[in-house]
Design a protein around this ligand. Structure first.
Ligand SMILES: Nc1ncnc2c1ncn2[C@@H]1O[C@H](COP(=O)(O)OP(=O)(O)OP(=O)(O)O)[C@@H](O)[C@H]1O
Length: 235
């Protein structure tokens, strides 16, 4: 089985510059991998470092030590030490991320927000919009909203735009940070089905799901992130 994501001995601390440089160690010696077609869930109590791990993998947080090995365009790249241009290339072609909250761009219609990851890869914009419409329809976003910028949408509507944007590409690795937190039962079921489709297509998924029902429906494996807690490592 192919393994497009390998995390090896990753460490992370935050330095509080406004608190006399106080250092808060958050992740110590995190090592795990995710295979194609597998959905791995990061578990453990609140504040243990689950979101921080996803943000390091996506390049939003720097990594203090260790490697994040991603299979990118037939090569293995260490995203932890890659330059910003490489990180952007990995995001464009290999690594998707559904964050908890949509970062809206003023004046851009929801349909174009969803189509953008395909357009930025040079795909035909009409075809990209068609695919975006299919996803928004599956996620029950009312059609009159498609042409509006999502800034004024409800939390659940914004989250569905965010999910559609994350799922529109055929990226080999997909990170999901509580994608169903603001959704009703009907749309949670749609997202569960979309995750199963990605697994069937051979995508490696790594996610955080506080909702037990969703977690049980999609998880092949749960990694207890408290194993990577610095306090435990020091004990
Ligand atoms: N940018 C940051 N600056 C300083 N501290 C941070 C930052 N991001 C996260 N932390 C700290 O790192 C620790 C882990 O946070 P993180 O959000 O990764 O936990 P989590 O396991 O995802 O929690 P939850 O389940 O509550 O979302 C927390 O103590 C948090 O305060």
């Amino acid at each position: 089985m192919a393994t497009p994501l390998v995390v090896s001995e990753v460490f992370k601390s935050f330095t509080m510059h406004l608190r006399d440089g106080l250092t808060l160690p958050v992740v110590a010696n995190a090592s795990f991998s995710v295979a194609s077609g597998e959905c791995v869930v990061l578990g453990g109590p609140s504040g243990v470092g689950k979101s921080s791990i996803l943000k390091m993998l996506y390049g939003n947080y720097s990594v203090d030590a260790g490697q994040i090995l991603i299979k990118h365009k037939d090569k293995v790249v260490d995203a932890a030490s890659a330059d910003p241009r490489m990180v952007l290339d990995i995001r464009r072609h290999t690594l998707g991320y559904v964050s908890q909250f949509l970062r809206t761009v003023p004046r851009v219609a929801a349909l174009d927000v969803v189509a953008e990851p395909l357009v930025s890869r040079g795909e035909d914009s009409i075809e990209a919009r068609r695919k975006a419409g299919q996803l928004l329809e599956a996620l029950n976003l009312p059609k009159p909203l498609w042409q509006l910028p999502p800034a004024t949408f409800s939390g659940g509507e914004q989250q569905r735009v965010n999910i559609a944007r994350g799922f529109i590409t055929d990226h080999a690795v997909l990170l999901l940070d509580e994608p169903t937190a603001s959704l009703d039962a009907m749309n949670r079921a749609v997202v569960i089905e979309m995750i199963r489709e990605k697994k069937k297509a051979g995508v490696a998924l790594l996610g955080i799901f506080h909702d037990e029902e969703v977690r049980d429906a999609v998880a092949d494996r749960i990694i207890d992130v408290s194993h990577f807690s610095p306090r435990r490592a020091a004990a």
